[in-house]
Design a protein around this ligand. Structure first.
Ligand code: ZN
Ligand code: ZN
Length: 547
């Protein structure tokens, strides 16, 4: 970067003094941090089709991790806090109005119907290869439909009764021993004494795998059950899903939640959740103790192959074969047919914390902070790995996760002599890109915030739009009108690397800081006018990190 800064005459300083002076680039970043401006924006080229004007604009990186970009991560966290707050003590049922199906959606559905017709014809004619291809195309069409905003279940391409059904009864989850009620549609909690509307804060943990010390490492690493720890981590989300189902059946209403999954010090996942409405502690304990999840997958206890000498793809049979005997490995569907007990069963640990929280109280605010505290951190930043013992513990868990299949499509299955679903010539035995196997995630799920559909009745985009409207209205109240831009005539393009005309990133950041300062002054003025309080104290509202 060639920005110059004014300095004292060089001969007036010692070398040590000069070395202590920050680089201009560092000062720009520090200033951006201070003003809540993204420190690593990417540059977009914006063309105006009417005026022909070409501008370069800094787009925030939108990282959610503070060590990557503090301002963006804190903004994302603030939005999650708003979402959590708005849903927790909601007093009226959220209203959903479904959009009418649009032309893109109906056209895509017609295309899918066409594929299904061809698929069934190929199945009937015994053209299995073509059927497979069409099946794949139907999957893609379904994904496209979801992209277009279509929700709900799409009908299976197979004609009813065409697939063997014998498996399903065997794989059914046993129903836990819990009282059952019909689940009513209501999602808001009850009101007590005419004004109190308590809600819940609950923490659920995984089972024990062996005693651990305060630093999270096992007292005896030989007896610590790393295999179960790895499998529990991989299936934790499914266990949590079961818990919600069971809880709703027991309480008899459609309980809503805002939950975050965090690693404990021992690197096992645990769940913090805000639940709308009041539920007896006894019920929460009972549901937790009775909830389990059976993993109906083929057994995967003893690997048959290693990654160095793994099964190989055989183009002639379009499948994986044993590297020595050239025998075809068991396909996924056959492996499922052969099993008669679940490969693994996940349960919660005994520690259950639950607490009633009143809406609008300091307690509520504190717990929202607690729920969202670690969202700005990577798993590897939360699980401390300062000592050799801590690093060894993480290594052992990671080694176990490397041989733990994460899904029916996981390439790790090949190590156990089973062809995963959808295996093809590009599949490499033992190499799965799933997050579960990474050293940086230690098996924790990718989605760390779990929000039920009727929590606040809004999407994150809706909450973001709310914030913009709030700010725009506050500014309008003191006569600052920001005319809405006609974005329809703008063409956005990502700047190609090496574009000579694009300004250096530091210039864009400085421009963004200047805009931010102007905006902040206007916003403070608006807040002052609205409340009569001095600036800085006025914005304890939901929107301090707006725009
Ligand atoms: Zn950023
Ligand atoms: Zn995997």
């Amino acid at each position: 970067m060639n920005a110059s800064i004014t300095t004292l005459p060089v001969d007036a300083q010692t070398r040590a003094e000069r070395m202590r002076m920050p680089l201009a680039n560092e000062v720009v970043i520090a200033t951006a941090e201070q003003h809540g401006v993204c420190i690593r924006p990417f540059t977009m080229e914006v063309g105006d089709t009417q005026t022909g004007e070409l501008r370069y604009v800094a787009m925030p990186c939108s990282s959610t991790i503070e060590s990557v970009c503090g301002p963006c991560a804190r903004k994302a966290r603030a939005l999650r806090m708003t979402q959590c707050r708005e849903g927790w003590h909601l007093t009226d049922e959220p209203v959903f109005e479904r959009d009418e199906p649009n032309a893109d959606q109906t056209a895509q559905l017609a295309y899918r119907a066409d594929l299904v017709k061809h698929y069934r014809e190929s199945v009937d004619a015994g053209e299995l290869e073509q059927a497979d291809e069409l099946r794949e195309a139907i999957h893609e069409a379904d994904a496209e439909l979801r992209q277009l905003g279509v929700r709900g279940k799409l009908p299976s391409p197979d004609a009813p009764g065409r697939r063997p059904v014998s498996r399903s009864t065997k794989r059914r989850q046993d129903a836990p021993n819990l009282p059952r009620r019909a689940v009513a549609k209501t999602t808001v909690g009850r009101e007590y004494a005419g004004r109190f509307r308590p809600s819940m804060f609950v923490t659920l943990t995984c089972d024990t795998y062996g005693r651990v010390r305060d630093d999270g490492t096992p007292v005896n690493s030989d007896s610590y059950d790393y295999r179960r720890a790895a499998r529990d981590a991989v299936h934790f989300s499914s266990l949590v899903d079961r818990w919600w189902q069971n809880l709703r059946r027991v309480v008899g209403w459609d309980a809503q939640y805002f939950a975050t999954v965090e690693p404990q010090r021992r690197a096992a996942p645990h769940l913090h959740t805000a639940i709308r409405g009041s539920i007896a502690h006894q019920v929460i304990r009972q549901v937790t103790a009775a909830t389990y999840h059976q993993v109906w997958w083929p057994a995967h206890d003893e690997p048959r192959f290693s990654t160095d000498h793994g099964p190989v793809w055989e183009p002639q049979v379009k499948g994986f074969v044993d590297p020595d005997s050239r025998a075809l490995l068991t396909p996924w569907a056959d492996a499922l047919d052969q099993m008669d007990e679940p490969a693994h069963t996940v349960t919660f640990g005994r520690q259950v914390h639950s607490k009633g929280i009143l809406g609008g109280s300091n307690e509520a605010g504190r717990h929202i902070g607690y729920l969202t505290k670690y969202l700005v951190k990577n798993v590897s930043e939360v699980v401390e790995q300062h000592t050799d013992a801590q690093r060894r513990h993480a290594d052992r868990l990671h080694a176990e996760l490397a041989v733990t299949p994460c899904s029916p499509r996981c390439a790790v299955w090949l190590l156990y002599g089973i062809q995963p679903l959808g295996a093809n010539s590009k599949t490499v035995a033992g190499h799965c890109k799933g997050r579960a196997h990474r050293r940086s995630t230690l098996g924790l799920p990718g989605r760390r915030v779990l929000v039920s559909r009727k929590w606040s009745g809004k999407t994150l985009a809706d909450h973001r739009a709310d914030r913009k409207t709030f700010v725009a209205e506050a500014l309008a109240a003191v006569g600052i009108e920001k005319p809405a831009q006609d974005t329809g005539r703008l063409i956005w393009r990502k700047v190609a690397p090496g574009d000579q005309n694009a300004p250096p990133r530091a210039h864009l950041i400085m421009h963004a800081i200047a805009e931010r300062i102007t905006w902040r002054a206007e916003y403070d003025r608006a807040m002052l006018a609205a409340s009569g309080a001095p600036p800085g104290q006025a914005d304890v509202s939901a929107t301090p990190v707006a725009a």
